[in-house]
Each structure stands twice: as C-alpha cells, then as structure tokens.
Design a protein around this ligand. Structure first.
Ligand code: SF4
Length: 275
C-alpha cells in the first residue's frame, strides 16, 4: 500500500469514527432507536470495504508493521485515560505529566488560560515563547499584546470569551519539533480533550504547525491555508492565520492577519471594531 492510499485509509477511518460519534450523540438525544451496524465496530474493515481494498494488501511484512502502528495509534488514542477526564483533572494530570522527554527540561506546564466554558473562540498556538517560559503566562510579552489587540478588534478578549492554549503543554524550547514527532503524539490528547470539554464555537490556529497537528495535515504552506475554514472532528470550524511572533518579525503580514480575522468575525457574527 503506498503512502497516499495509507493516508486516505487513516482519514477514512477517522471520518468513520467521527460519524459514529455523531450517531451516538444523536442516539442519546432521541433516547435510543438508532445504531451503527454491528456491535464490534471495525473502522479499518469498513474503510477497506469502502475503498475496495482487500485485507491482504497489508500482508507484506512492512505493510503489516505499518498497519499495526496505525491501529495501535488509533487504539491508544481511544483508550487514553486523559480522554475521560474533566477539566480540573486533566490540568492536574498535565502539570505532573512525564509522558515525553520535555518533562525533564520544562520550566513549567502552561496548560491553558482564559474562558474555559463554551468560549466564542479557542486560540491554539504550537509551543510557548521564551517570554511565556519566563513569565509563566501564555501569549505574554509583545506577541501576546499583539494577539490581545487582534482579539479586541473583533470584540473578543481572553478575559471574557476566549480560551488560549498551545499544542505542547510543557514550556520548554521545542522550536524544531515536527507535528508527527513523539512529543506531539504524546501531548495531542490534552488538546483533543480540551476541545471536547471546552466546546468553543470556533478555533483559531496561530501558525501552520498547530493547524497541521489539529487537522492531521503535513508540510502545508501557510500562504495557501490561512484564512480558509477547516472542520475539526467534523463540527468545530478551524481557521489559521500567522502567529503574532511571525508578524512581529515581518509587519507586512498584518494585512493578511486582519483579512483572516474579519473572515472569522463575519462567520461568528461578531462586531468588527477596527475598520
Ligand atoms: S509536552 Fe505534553 S506529553 Fe510531554 S511531558 Fe509535557 S505535558 Fe506531557
């Protein structure tokens, strides 16, 4: 099985999983009466069937190994105990987390801040800045002030209706960490559960890496993906723009950020304060 087919398989499995979740939610809502075919749901088998592939395509040693990795990753994700925790428990767990190497070099754990119950917007960066590491405050310093101004311009604020977090919770230097790295795979369930619990109306990714992690994309180009709407878990609208740190280095990016923010504001029906 080539990489492209494997990626399509994994995306299809994810889509089936999400559909199943929606059916469960709907089933709860109408108190029974609907069920996904079969009690032992095999998303891999269903995905194979839809794609017209036979199980044997996995049977070379390499392919079998790949399949095990994919299946294991999916199962780990579903069985991860963090996905059953409430907000307080999850935060406490993160603060004592030792699931990856960053736990040994971190200055602290910046789990998340701001409004954590049904905020209008969840802002997701990738990792803490040097200033955040020093201050222990997410999106602090000059780039944080920039972000606050952006939020104010569309009638939002971190104090009232915005939740802020990073993909990587430990505050430590990790600029070269790739989306598919072990660190990200270990930390991603925190973000996944934060979204499940917080239920934002929309998600704003700052920089391309947080978008890649959230949407399972690889090696994207921010110019092509900023300002477009994606849907996480088929229900949360996601839009990406430049990270304030990048804008501080290149002020000409401000124009693009403002265009993305206006698009987001129109989608959420927010007042645009700055013209
Ligand atoms: S980066 Fe995430 S997974 Fe790694 S130790 Fe910190 S909280 Fe745990």
């Amino acid at each position: 099985m080539d990489n492209d087919t494997r990626l399509r398989m994994v995306s299809l499995e994810d889509a089936l999983r999400s559909t199943d979740k929606i059916i469960d939610l709907f089933k709860d809502a109408v108190q029974g009466g609907l069920s996904f075919p079969g009690k032992n749901r095999s998303f891999t088998d269903t995905a194979l069937k839809i794609m017209g592939l036979k199980k044997e395509v996995f049977e070379t040693e390499e392919a079998l190994k790949q399949r095990k990795v994919i299946v294991q990753a999916t199962e780990d994700r579903d069985e991860d105990s963090r996905l059953n925790m409430d907000y307080g428990k999850l935060e406490t767990y993160a603060k004592g987390c030792g699931l990856c190497a960053l736990s040994k070099e971190r200055k602290g754990v910046l789990f998340g801040s701001g409004a954590h119950e049904n905020p209008v917007l969840m802002v997701v960066g990738f990792s803490s800045s040097e200033e955040d590491e020093e201050s222990g405050i997410l999106f602090s310093g000059k780039s944080g002030a920039f972000l606050d101004a952006w939020l104010r311009a569309i009638s939002l604020s971190r104090e009232k209706n915005v939740y802020l977090c990073n993909v990587i919770k430990c505050s430590a230097r990790c600029r070269d960490v790739l989306p598919e790295s072990r660190i990200v795979r270990s930390c991603f369930p925190y973000l996944k559960q934060q979204i499940n619990l917080i239920k934002p109306r929309a998600i704003l990714c700052l920089g391309k890496t947080s978008l890649e992690v959230l949407m399972g994309l690889r090696q994207t180009n921010i110019e092509n993906n900023r300002g477009k709407f994606f849907f996480y878990d088929m229900m949360y609208p996601v839009i990406c723009t430049y990270h304030p740190e990048d804008v501080l280095k290149d002020l000409s990016l401000k124009r693009a950020v403002w265009a993305d923010l206006q698009k987001l504001a129109r989608y959420l029906n927010l007042d645009i304060v700055r013209k």
